[in-house]
Write a protein that binds this ligand. Structure first.
Ligand SMILES: [Zn+2]
Length: 333
């Protein structure tokens, strides 16, 4: 699809062979030439951080005012239908540049960053945000970006602000608490529900947000294991995508962390006045970095609030154990 338009969109990176090098070149270009991105990345240095230490994991709270648009985004069908899609190439700002990532996916610099390096990875075509047909793409993107990045997915009702256009995001690995806390959690807090020579699936608990981890270097085995989990999560009476956030990393082999969700936003989000706390949990929050775009909310954070936010939007221990049982039964049958 080399049209006159796309020539303007793509940054010339022909001399570079790897995706991380191309990403780096584009990042440098955008933070020097695109005013919105310049401001966005400059403002990262004034993000305030509070650290909350739990038994064997850490949660950080970030006061990041640049995230107000995303956190308060209206994602109901009517609002989505009435706005131009901001991920469609024809609607991108004139200053925005892209590089081809893989297949139909392009890499864009996110001008409202959470990470020191934050990319949005949409397709050229306008197709709904659904993970099942795209899980292989997610794993491939993660291996192409390599060990310097985490690639993540927000379900259409779990933090994606463009539920009508398939996209992933990527940020520098090591930024989310889970990137490093996982090693300890997988030793002390996990139950293996499947393991063979090539793949291990475990259920991780005791860290406020129960999640499933698949570790393997065989992409097709991960895809079929993911589909098995997807079916276990799916409501028998509905063909809607089960609510989830996913964080993927690659270091010679893949680590896919799946956070099943039961709710989009906690009650605090919908309160008025003093009681309101604007927090809209997505993959980064599941990764242990809670984003607060308003200072008045950031001031109010306590351990108890953090515990309650996760409790409201993720699987309870009982439901999670039930899911583990269901998967193990499925294995035997
Ligand atoms: Zn679109």
């Amino acid at each position: 699809m080399q049209t006159e338009f796309s020539e303007k969109l793509y940054l010339d990176t022909e001399e570079l062979s790897s995706i991380p090098e191309k990403a780096e070149k584009m990042f440098e270009h955008q933070i020097s030439n695109w005013k919105l991105a310049v401001g966005g990345y400059q403002s990262l240095s004034s993000v305030e951080i509070k650290k909350f230490e739990f038994s064997n994991f850490t949660i950080e709270a970030h006061f990041n005012p640049g995230r107000i648009i995303s956190s308060s985004a209206k994602v109901d069908a009517k609002s989505i239908n009435e706005r131009p899609c901001f991920l469609c190439s024809k609607n991108l700002p004139a200053e925005q540049k892209a590089v081809n990532a893989f297949d139909d996916y392009i890499l864009l610099v996110n001008p409202f960053p959470i990470f020191d390096k934050h990319f949005t990875i949409p397709t050229l075509s306008h197709t709904p945000q659904l993970i099942k047909p795209e899980i292989t793409s997610m794993l491939t993107l993660s291996s192409l970006l390599g060990k310097g990045y985490s690639v993540f997915y927000n379900g259409p009702k779990c933090g994606a602000s463009a539920p009508d256009h398939i996209h992933f995001q990527a940020g520098n690995f090591g930024f989310m608490m889970i990137d490093h806390d996982y090693a300890e959690l997988s030793k002390s807090n996990s139950k293996i529900v499947f393991e063979d020579r090539e793949l291990k699936t475990s259920f991780v608990t005791g860290c406020l947000r129960n999640f499933i981890a698949i570790e393997s270097n065989n992409i097709s085995k991960i895809v079929s294991e993911f589909k098995r989990i997807y079916s276990s999560l799916q409501n028998a009476r509905s063909d809607e995508e089960p609510m989830m956030n996913i964080i993927c990393s690659y270091d010679g082999s893949w680590r896919l962390l799946i956070f099943p969700r039961i709710k989009h936003r906690p009650t605090y989000f919908f309160e008025e006045g003093d009681k309101k706390i604007l927090i809209s949990p997505a993959a980064v929050d599941m990764g242990g970095v809670l984003i607060f775009p308003r200072e008045e909310d950031f001031e109010k954070i306590t351990n108890e609030l953090i515990v309650d936010v996760f409790k409201q939007v993720t699987f309870s221990d009982d439901d999670f154990h039930y899911l583990a049982e269901k998967m193990m039964m499925g294995e035997k049958g």
